[in-house]
Write a protein that binds this ligand. Structure first.
Ligand code: GRF
Length: 212
């Protein structure tokens, strides 16, 4: 990409889209030097599509096919095509509830990132804030990571801790985790858009001038 071209982001999500909105707003304000080129969801009525459309963005629903936790082959092709048609440089998962593997990760090698509501490698998988609360840890947090073939296992880009307070419920803890996500994810995407982060095996290398 030449320095003249705008860095282009594709966002995939299945839910309410609060992280997508934080990234969309950060692009609009210039805090992220990029534009959201397309938003795609496997759920027709997902809030993420509504929020993207309200901002005038290209927002598409693509049928995921017959499986519950992954895309079928035809759907994978359709998702790849939508992102390629939008010429995205980076694929940002924001509450996308399907596992991406194989061809998708080959096409977008080292260009797919995710946000997870715990300090990985603790508490991968669903409802990570509830897992942390049930386990009794005193700190949990948020992780932004590259996506690989595993579940929440890719190289870590950024993390921030969130304390678990006396009296926290799943709801109060999740709310504080999401507030952290809405700060950390745009900051991480901005660093990637600036070219400040490189991945070498399991390590991510940050330029010294950058940092979250
Ligand atoms: C976030 O909590 C994120 O950590 C997880 O899915 C949730 C998506 O929430 N991967 P939203 O749709 O961005 O509000």
């Amino acid at each position: 990409m030449s320095s003249q071209q705008t860095f282009r982001i594709g966002i995939l999500g299945s839910g309410k889209g609060s992280n997508a909105l934080a990234i969309i707003d950060a692009c609009a304000s210039g805090a992220i030097p990029a534009q959201v080129a397309v938003v795609v969801s496997d759920v027709a009525e997902a809030g993420i599509l509504e929020k993207a459309r309200a901002k005038g963005l290209n927002a598409q629903h693509i049928e995921p096919g017959k499986f519950r936790t992954k895309l079928d082959d035809a759907a994978e092709v359709a998702f790849i095509k939508a992102l390629q048609d939008a010429k995205v440089d980076l694929v940002v998962l924001a509450g996308f509830m399907r596992i991406l593997k194989g061809e998708f990760l080959r096409v977008f090698k080292d260009r797919v990132i995710n946000i997870h509501p715990s300090l990985l490698p603790s508490f991968p998988g669903l409802d990570a804030w509830k897992q942390a609360l049930d386990y009794g840890v005193k700190f949990t947090g948020v992780t932004v990571h590259f996506v690989d073939q595993g579940i929440d296992t890719g190289p870590i880009i950024a993390q921030e801790t969130v304390p678990i307070l006396q009296g926290d419920t799943a709801e109060t803890l999740h709310k504080r985790i999401q507030e952290t996500e809405h700060r950390l994810y745009p900051a991480a995407v901005a660093a990637l858009a600036r070219g400040d982060v490189a991945v070498r095996g399991r390590q991510t290398i940050w330029k010294q001038t950058s940092g979250i």
